[in-house]
Design a binder for this molecule. Sequence first.
Ligand SMILES: Cc1cc2nc3c(=O)[nH]c(=O)nc-3n(C[C@H](O)[C@H](O)[C@H](O)COP(=O)(O)O)c2cc1C
Length: 136
Amino acid sequence: MINYIFYHSTAAPNSTPDDDRAIVHAAWRANHTQKITGYLVRHGSNYVQWLEGPKGSLDRLYEKLGKDDRHQDLEILASGERVNRVFPSWLMGFLQHDDHLYVPLKSAERVTTDQAEYVLDIMKSHAQRRLCKLAL
Ligand SMILES: Cc1cc2nc3c(=O)[nH]c(=O)nc-3n(C[C@H](O)[C@H](O)[C@H](O)COP(=O)(O)O)c2cc1C
């Protein structure tokens, strides 16, 4: 079984695209050794991140995330155990706000638990599109 944490947070007010790049690069470096995979969406000032891996690795990372001042107000949308990883080939996929995102999400100040499933679908289809592109 594999554990997962799906959470929402709000980016720090002074956050820039450089911060996002630094976060994703840090994730690429560290997640491999921790056997963590997942996907991060940045949508306006919202972050939504799906993390999956061994429970110990996830707990350690979530504790670090809670202390990272590049974002705040972390809120777990879903967590638990699954048989398989959703993003086995993504040390950390990244999707920045784009027009393909569902309209209600655009106006939402925070992603709610109700929308969690929908955001996961967005992540899955984005991962799929990118894999297709790579395969071409
Ligand atoms: C939205 C967001 C997502 C992050 N995702 C990851 C991640 O997937 N993996 C990771 O190692 N660090 C991630 N970080 C960075 C961690 O909070 C932390 O800075 C990093 O793990 C380095 O911690 P250390 O220097 O104490 O080892 C993320 C930070 C933010 C703000």
